[in-house]
Design a protein around this ligand. Sequence first.
Ligand code: AMP
Ligand code: MG
Length: 406
Amino acid sequence: MMSVEEALARMLADIQALPTTQVPLPEALELVLAQDIVAQEDIPPFSNSAMDGFALLSSDSQPHAGQSPRLRVTGGVAAGYVADQSVTEGTAMRIMTGAPVPPGADTVIQVELTRSAGPQSDWVEIMQAVPPGNNIRPSGEDMRKEQTVLHKGNAIGAWEIGVLATLGWANVPVIRRPHVAILGTGDEVIDVNEPLRPGKIRNSNSYLLEAAVRLAGAIPHRLGVARDTIESLREKFTEAIQHDLIITSGGVSVGDFDLVKDIMTEQGHVDFWRINMRPGKPVAFGSIGKVPLLGLPGNPVSAAVTFELFGRPVIRKMLGHTRLQRPQVDVVVEDGIDERVMRRHYVRAWVEWRDGRFIARTTGNQGSHITTSLLHANALIIVPEGGVQVQPGESAKAIMLTWPEV
Ligand code: AMP
Ligand code: MG
C-alpha cells in the first residue's frame, strides 16, 4: 500500500496552478499574486513631517548665549497641501503630520519642544537644538521607484492589500480560485432537512467538505448525492466535470456498490486508490475526463482527515501557493495513545502551549465514524507505521490545523 508521502507527491505532480485573472483589490485577499509588483513612484512620494510642529533650519535651533532662539512664523502647511513659500533663515512654518516639508527647511521640531503665543502666534521659541532631518520622512524611504516590492507567488494578506493600495493597484493580477465539485454517494445518504428513516443517515460529508473547501480558498459546489448505481453516478459526473476539481466521498472501497473507481476507469483513469493510513485507507486519485478527482472515504472522520492531508494541499497548489502543508510541531502526548495501529495513524487532539512545551490531549474514541472526535481538535498527532504505542508523557509530531488564540 502506498505511503501518505508518496500519495501526496503523486497527486501534486498532477496538479498545476490555475490561470491568472484580474480582480478588484479587495477581492485579492487570500489569493496569490500572478506577477511581480514594481513600484511606479517613490513612497512616500514627497518628504513630509512625522510630527505636528515647526519646519525650520537646523542651524536656527542652536541656542546662543544660553538663550532659546526665537523665530518668526510666516505661515503653516497642513496635510494634503503644499507650502506657498520657503522657510528662510530666522523664520519657521507651522507644519502638521503628513504635510510636505516646505522648501528651505531641513528639519522639524515637535510642538512639545517649542513655546509660542498659541495657534495664531507669529513667533515661536525653539527650546531644544534639533539636527538636520529631524522628524522628516524622506521621499522614497519606504519604497523606491522601480523597486520590486511583492513577488509573483506571494500570498496576499491584509498587509499586502495595504501595500498594493499604496502603490495604486485598484485591480490585481492573481491566480483564480478553483471551482470544486463536491459529490456524496450512497443510497443510505439523505439531506440534512429530511427526517431520519430506517437505514438512512444524513449527508454530513458534503457539508463538512463544502466548508473545508471554502476555508482552503476554493469555491465549493455541492452537487448532492449520487445513488449507488452506475447511471446515477454517470449523471452526477456529467455536471461535476464542469469544475476544476471533483471531490467525492464514499464509494471508493471494495464493497459491491463502491462504483466511483468504475466510473473513473470508464471515463478517465485511476492513479491509485489505497493509502497506508488510518483513518482513511480508501482514498482514490485519478481523473474524470481531464478533471482531477479526489475520492475520499465515506466515513466522516476519514473524509475530514484525508481532506486535510490531501484535498487542502491540492487546492492550495491550484491557487498558486508554494507552501502547501500545515506546520508540524513536537508535542508531549499527555494521555498517550495505547491503540496499536499497523498503518500510519492520525489521532485527533487538542494541542496547547503550556509550561514552555506543546501539550497534546487526544479527543477520545478515534473510530472513523465518531464525528465528535473531530470536535475540540486543533491538531493531528502522527503515529508512525508499525503498531507504535505512545505512552502518556511521550513525544510525537503533530500537524497543527489551527493555532488556538490565547
Ligand atoms: P462507503 O465508503 O461508501 O462504504 O461509506 C463508508 C461509510 O461512510 C458508511 O457507513 C456510509 O454510510 C458513510 N457515509 C458515506 N457517505 C456519507 C456521507 N455523505 N455522510 C455521512 N456518512 C457517509
Ligand atoms: Mg457507499
